[in-house]
Design a protein around this ligand. Structure first.
Ligand code: SF4
Length: 587
């Protein structure tokens, strides 16, 4: 049975009335009021509700509070146990999640319920809406200008052990043997294997021998492991039941990625372990997290792509809001992340006009695709800059990318186009005597000096020329600010070392943590904006609280109070002329 509360209707009585002014101020400046007022009523309960029966079963926990709990848990990087305790006893959380009483029904949730809700959100990708809805709302509330954004990625470690190749073989074989023993213990399953082989991996003392391998014996040990792997794979090759086991599929993946078979001298099958350099970066890293990849610089795990808004007005810092979060395996190149980020921001109604990114995102392809979407990519051109002081950008071109003049003002005597490559020929007599000859990209040929280029080279040369201008440097320096975001993202939410593993779980945590960063930043922004300006954060009584629901009424009430004070102005000391009037009308 579904249980939800209407969080949009304001409570007639002030739930903070019992707090002293200091504690009240602390609470009002925390994340809780922004969350309760702006985000809690907008959480995507309607997407979660269809997974529960409206009529049958035990009543659910209040669904808005449960979704809020998911977000708060990730924001503050809490374990399930810690989150349950905060939900039960923390008044700040109660205020944020709209929990109005201390009954177990409202303020208690078990770890299992928490786990079930997380699984529901993860399996059905519902957490995306939990990022998008609050982001849109906060952008609207804080008047965020999305025209300039920056994009970068951060490496994330999931909760898996980092294994070497020997460890990977042992763990994968062991996992399969454990499952086989449990699921197919008979003579057609686990009993089919030699006792010595299975004991080598399942017996604790024998397995420990694999962790004490001398570096000089690594190749020999790996070969022995590969031979065991071949025996196991071949033994169950035709067994449909074993073939369908996920641990057997991992064994097969390991076999294909790490080994190669060939015909032996005796006519039988021989297995060889592939050399390290032949192992792909998307190969299996650990059987307990098959989705993780490998990055040559940062290691095993995942990466999170983050795009955020930024502002160039330094005197009046604006709110930087994360507009895009995408999790991918660590082996993926950053290059492919730009266009999905632009598409997502567009879908969210927060599309940028310019986006700042580092060299990894700055390919010509990305530059062109971004331009097609009306977005200017400000990123250095990847690759080595061609030598010489003069480049293609120093030549003048006509509309159709034909050379109209060289840097010395000379016109080519012939031009041709071969598929995508253009050639411009300059007279030998002109170039041979030119003072810029040694710096010029033209090469001597049979018919004269030739300049060969294609559209991509020309675009890159122009971009490189732009990179050297003060305008580029002035804009590009704001890209570095994204590093501070990454640092905050990790310090506040612990995103770099997650407690979960598997792509979906990592994506769930990283996405909600980014939503949490948006919430914390928006809170700080609102407090900064409101400091010195009493308004929403000033103490309010129950009646004033009611009047706040209507701006017109509160202004009328203030005017009435002012008029009453005016009437008491001439009264002697001790009479109400000493009363003061706060901005919200409280006397
Ligand atoms: S070398 Fe030839 S193409 Fe190059 S600048 Fe001199 S005249 Fe122009």
């Amino acid at each position: 049975m579904i249980r939800t509360k209407d969080h949009k209707t304001l409570n007639m009585f002030d739930s903070l009335d019992h707090l002293g002014p200091r504690r009240r101020q602390l609470l009002e400046q925390s994340w809780a009021p922004v969350f309760r007022k702006e985000i809690l009523p907008e959480l995507p309960v309607e997407q979660v509700a269809p997974f529960y029966s409206e009529q049958n079963g035990a009543p659910t926990k209040e669904l808005y509070a449960m979704l809020g709990l998911m977000l708060a848990q990730q924001t503050f990087d809490l374990t399930d146990k810690e989150a349950v305790r905060q939900f039960a006893f923390n008044f700040e959380w109660h205020h944020a999640l709209g929990i109005g009483d201390d009954s177990d029904q409202s303020a208690y949730v078990s770890e299992k319920t928490l786990w079930n809700m997380r699984r529901l959100l993860t399996e059905h990708d519902l957490y995306q809406a939990m990022f998008e809805i609050p982001t849109k709302k906060l952008a609207e509330l804080c008047g965020v200008d999305p025209s300039l954004q920056r994009l970068d990625s951060v490496h994330v470690f999931s909760n898996m052990r980092h294994l070497g190749r020997i460890g990977l073989f042992v763990r994968t074989i062991k996992k399969f043997l454990h499952n086989l023993k449990r699921q197919c213990p008979g003579s057609s399953g686990f009993g089919k294997l030699e006792k010595e082989l299975s004991e080598r991996y399942l017996h604790k003392q024998k397995t420990s021998a694999f962790s004490m391998v001398k570096p000089s014996e690594t190749t020999k040990t790996l070969q022995a492991l590969a031979e065991d792997l071949l025996v196991i794979v071949r033994c169950f090759k035709e067994d449909a039941k074993v073939n369908s086991m996920s641990s057997y599929k991992l064994l097969m993946r390991l076999f294909e990625e790490q080994c190669v078979t060939e015909n032996g001298e005796d006519g039988g099958e021989r297995i060889q372990v592939r050399p390290n350099k032949e192992i792909a970066s998307d190969s299996l890293q650990n059987p307990s997290d098959p989705d993780a990849g490998y990055d040559g610089h940062k290691g095993q795990g995942y990466q999170v792509q983050i795009a955020e808004t930024c502002s160039t007005a330094e005197e009046e810092p604006a709110l930087s809001l994360i507009t895009h979060v995408a999790v991918e395996s660590a082996n993926k190149h950053d290059c492919g992340a730009l266009i999905p980020a632009l598409e997502r921001a567009q879908k969210l109604g927060l599309a940028p006009e310019k986006i700042l990114a580092d060299t990894a995102y700055g390919s010509d392809d990305n530059h062109q695709k971004a331009q097609e979407q009306g977005v200017g990519l400000i990123a250095p051109v990847p690759g080595k800059e061609p030598g010489g002081e003069l480049s293609l950008a120093d030549f003048s071109f006509s509309e159709h990318e034909k050379v109209s003049a060289c840097p010395q003002g000379q016109v080519p005597f012939k031009q041709s186009l071969n598929k995508t490559t253009r050639t411009a020929l300059f007279a030998r007599s002109t170039c041979a005597t030119c003072s810029k000859r040694s710096q010029c990209p033209v090469l001597e040929g049979k018919r004269g000096y030739r300049l060969r280029y294609d559209g991509k080279q020309l675009r890159n040369a122009r971009r490189r020329a732009f990179e050297a201008t003060p305008l580029f440097m002035e804009l590009y320096r704001f890209r570095a600010g994204v590093e501070a975001t990454m640092s905050q993202y990790d310090r506040k939410t612990g995103v770099k070392h997650l407690r979960v593993r598997g792509f979906k779980n990592v994506a769930f945590c990283a996405t909600l943590k980014a939503a949490g960063i948006n919430l914390l930043r928006a809170t700080a922004f609102i407090n900064r904006k409101d400091s010195g300006a009493p308004g929403a954060n000033t103490p309010t009584g129950a009646w004033i609280h009611l009047f706040q629901a209507n701006g017109g009424l509160i202004r009328q009430f203030q005017a009435l109070c002012s008029w009453i004070l005016e009437q008491f102005r001439d009264f002697p000391a001790g009479t109400p002329q000493h009363l003061s009037l706060s901005a919200n009308g409280a006397v």
